[in-house]
Design a protein around this ligand. Structure first.
Ligand SMILES: *Cc1c(COP(=O)(O)O)cnc(C)c1O
Length: 381
C-alpha cells in the first residue's frame, strides 16, 4: 500500500463482532473470561484495548514499522524509551530540543543516573565525537523546535551503527510526520510522535506514539507500557485514528502554506531571518531536500526589532493566527518560544542556541493562504 492508502486502511479491519467499519470505542476496563485465563485476547485495558489496538496497528503501518504503541502523551512515550536504559548509560541528543524533552532529560532522568550530551546535530560528526562504550541511545529531533535545524537521519544512523549495532537511534518525528519522512526506513530503531500535534491534527487530544520494526524491542516497550501504565484511552484512540485518515491531505496543504509563508516572510522588511528547511539558503537544505518529501507547516522567524514591546505588539495583533502553545492542528497558531513553549530551558541555554526575544514560531494551518498572509501583513504592521 502507498502512504495515502495506509493512513486510511493501514492495520484496519471491520469490527469482527458487528462488521462496524469504524472501530467502536470500547469504553471498558475489563473483559469476560469463560474460564480462568480463557479469553478473546483482551484481559484488562492497561494491557490492551481493541480501540487502542486498531490505532496502534495504524501507527505501525504509517511509519513502515511492525509495532505501534499509543501513550497518554508524547512525553509519556519519551519516558518509556528512556526506561529501556540503565543507570550509567549515556544518551547523545540535540541542543535544540522540544522544551519538555529537555526538562525530562535534565530534571528527571539525570537524577536516575543517565548522562545526556546535548550537541548540534546539524553536523553528523558532532554525534560521533561523543560516542563511547556507555552510549546506548541517540535521541534525534529533525526538524527541531523552534529553530528548524535539520539532522541527517541516515548518516547519523549509519555512523552510530558502525560503532555499535546495539545503540538505539530514536527520532522524534512530530514536526515532519511520516508523510514527510519515515525514519525507520532511514536506519532508525524507534520513531516517536506527540500525536497531540499533526497525527491527531485537530487540537482536540493529547497523545503519544512509538513505532518500531523489531520484535524484541516491541516486547520491551510493551512491557514498560504495561508495567508503568501511561496508555492512551479508547476515546482518544478513536479520535487519533479519525485524524490520521486525512494526514496526507492535511500535510500537503500545511507544506504548501508553510512554504508560501516562509517565502513571504523572507522578503518582509521587518523580518531579520526566517527558519524553514525548504528555503534554499537554510543550512542543511540539501539534506532536507533528500530526506523530506516536503517541508511542513512549521515556520519560525526573528523580527529586526529585538525588544519585548515590539515582539509582543506583533503577537497581540494577529486575528486569524491564535496565540497559543502547541502546533499541528488544522488552524494556524502563533507562539512565543521564549515565554511559552521553551520557558523551561534556562535563559543562558536559550541564548546560546538562539531562542531570543524576537523569535516567533508559527504553526501554519490549512486555511486559505491569502487570509493567512493578510493576517501576517497586518500583524507585522
Ligand atoms: C509537543 C511535543 C512533544 C511532547 O508531546 P506531548 O503530547 O505534549 O506530551 C514532544 N516533542 C515535540 C517535538 C513536540 O512538539
Amino acid at each position: 500500500m502507498k502512504f495515502n492508502t495506509k493512513t486510511i486502511h493501514g492495520g484496519q479491519h471491520p469490527d469482527p463482532s458487528t462488521g462496524a467499519v469504524m472501530p467502536p470505542i470500547y469504553q471498558t476496563s475489563t473483559y469476560a473470561q469463560s474460564s480462568p485465563g480463557k479469553h478473546q485476547g483482551y484481559e484488562y485495558s492497561r494491557a490492551a484495548n481493541p480501540t487502542r489496538t486498531a490505532l496502534e496497528n495504524n501507527f505501525a503501518a504509517i511509519e513502515n514499522g511492525t509495532h505501534g504503541f499509543a501513550f497518554s502523551s508524547g512525553l509519556a512515550a519519551i519516558d518509556c524509551v528512556l526506561k529501556l536504559l540503565n543507570p550509567g548509560d549515556e544518551i547523545i541528543t540535540g541542543d535544540d530540543l522540544y522544551g519538555g524533552s529537555y526538562r525530562m532529560f535534565t530534571k528527571l532522568f539525570e537524577k536516575y543516573g543517565l548522562k545526556f550530551h546535548f550537541v548540534n546535530m546539524e553536523d553528523a560528526s558532532n554525534v560521533t565525537k561523543y560516542i563511547n562504550k556507555n552510549t546506548k541511545l541517540i535521541w534525534l529531533e529533525t526538524p527541531t523546535n523552534p529553530l528548524m535545524k535539520i539532522a541527517d537521519i541516515e548518516q547519523i544512523s549509519k555512523n552510530v551503527k558502525a560503532f555499535d549495532k546495539t545503540i538505539l537511534v530514536a527520532v522524534d518525528n512530530t514536526f515532519a510526520t511520516p508523510y514527510i519522512q519515515q525514519p525507520l526506513d532511514l536506519g532508525a530503531d524507534i520513531v516517536m510522535h506527540s500525536a497531540t500535534k499533526y497525527l491527531g491534527g485537530h487540537s482536540d487530544l493529547v497523545m503519544g506514539a512509538l513505532m518500531v520494526k523489531n520484535e524484541e524491542l516491541a516486547e520491551q516497550i510493551h512491557f514498560i507500557q504495561f508495567a508503568a501504565g501511561a496508555i492512551a484511552g479508547p476515546q482518544d484512540s478513536f479520535l487519533a485514528l479519525r485524524g490520521i485518515k486525512t494526514l496526507h491531505l492535511r500535510m500537503q496543504r500545511h507544506s504548501e502554506n508553510g512554504l508560501a509563508i516562509a517565502n513571504y516572510l523572507a522578503s518582509h522588511p521587518k523580518v531579520e531571518k526566517v527558519y524553514y528547511p525548504g528555503l534554499e539558503n537554510s543550512k542543511n537544505y540539501m539534506v532536507a531536500k533528500q530526506q523530506m518529501k516536503s517541508f511542513g507547516g512549521m515556520v519560525s522567524f526573528k523580527l529586526k526589532n529585538n525588544s519585548k514591546d515590539a515582539t509582543f505588539k506583533v503577537l497581540e495583533s494577529f486575528k486569524l493566527f491564535t496565540l497559543a502553545e502547541s502546533l499541528g492542528g488544522v488552524e494556524s497558531l502563533v507562539n512565543h518560544p521564549e515565554t511559552m513553549t521553551h520557558a523551561s530551558i534556562p535563559a543562558k541555554e536559550r541564548e546560546k542556541i538562539g531562542i531570543t526575544t524576537n523569535l516567533i514560531r508559527l504553526s501554519v494551518g490549512i486555511e486559505a493562504i491569502e487570509d493567512l498572509i493578510n493576517d501576517l501583513e497586518s500583524a507585522l504592521g
